[in-house]
Design a protein around this ligand. Structure first.
Ligand SMILES: C=C(O[C@@H]1C=C(C(=O)O)C=C[C@H]1O)C(=O)O
Length: 272
């Protein structure tokens, strides 16, 4: 039995919609990314699409499943910094950060500190734009909370952090990787390999049946068919060499800016 983290956001539907969750091999724990980050670190689940940043915190203990990620090269559409003022004027202001995110929270800090040269204060809060704007001049939302807030066309600047990252680095950005603790390989390597195959099959089926995924998104959040088609067109759920380079750039900057205490080295399993 492998206990996996199930992320309920629409951007993860291409991984979960066709996954055979009734498989006796699988047990699913539904949570936002930071929930899975903590559950995996504490051994309450065995594998999850965790925040890339969380991999950076635990890289010595974890292995990454190859060919799987949540990435974009440029615009992402659901990692959005809503702001009452332009980014360049953030010095000394307060930015509210969604408590559901780890990768994007640190991506925000990289962009603001390293590329815009501004150092605001931060507060971490549940994802609610109205309440965040009561405490801060800007608010970071991810996933469905970001999509829903943007669909309401709030009267503020909206910065897409995938686009900002690409603009400054020319790199892709990987938000999530599928990781598991390497210690599980001693007794459960065959089960992990089997779950890995199930994940690859679920993804391949979804990418060949995107109409089904889009209909599910419309049921969940509304929005037009073209809106969702455009949203998913940005995403890459694989992890080829160019995406690995973007991920290494992000993790390296996290280390250089003291957001991580060591420079992560990616270790994949199964080896290809
Ligand atoms: C693209 C997204 O990526 C997510 C963002 C994460 C983070 O910021 O820690 C973690 C997992 C990803 O699935 C999103 O939620 O919009």
């Amino acid at each position: 039995m492998i206990r996996i983290g199930h992320n309920p956001n629409t951007n993860m539907l291409p991984m979960f919609h066709f996954l055979q969750k009734e498989q006796p091999l699988l047990e699913c724990a539904i949570a936002e990314p930071t929930g899975h980050n903590a559950m995996l670190a504490e051994g309450r689940i065995d594998m999850a699409p965790i925040s890339a940043f969380s991999y950076g915190e635990h890289w010595r203990e974890y292995a990454v499943l190859p060919n799987l990620s949540v990435s974009t090269k440029g615009r992402v559409g659901s990692i959005l910094l809503f702001s009452k003022v332009p980014l360049e004027t953030f010095e000394g202001l307060t930015v509210a950060l969604s408590d559901a995110s780890a990768t994007s929270v640190n991506l925000t800090k990289i962009l603001l500190h390293h590329y815009y040269g501004v150092h605001p204060h931060y507060v971490t809060m549940p994802a609610n734009l109205k309440e965040m704007f009561e405490k801060a001049q800007a608010a970071l939302l991810i996933g469905d909370a970001a999509i829903q807030a943007a669909l309401l066309h709030p009267d503020c600047f909206i910065y897409d952090l995938g686009e900002e990252w690409f603009k400054h680095t020319g790199c892709s950005m990987t938000y999530a990787v599928w990781a598991f603790p390497k210690r599980l390989l001693a007794e459960q390597a065959a089960e992990i390999e089997k779950v890995y195959q199930l994940l690859l099959e679920a993804k391949a089926k979804a990418l060949n049946h995107m109409e089904d995924i889009i209909l599910e998104c419309q049921r969940m959040l509304g929005g037009s068919f073209d809106f969702w088609k455009d949203y998913f067109a940005q995403f890459n759920y694989g992890l080829d060499l160019t995406y690995v380079m973007g991920l290494e750039k992000y993790l390296g900057l996290c280390y250089e800016l003291n957001l991580l205490s060591s420079r992560p080295v990616l270790e994949f399993w199964p080896k290809e």
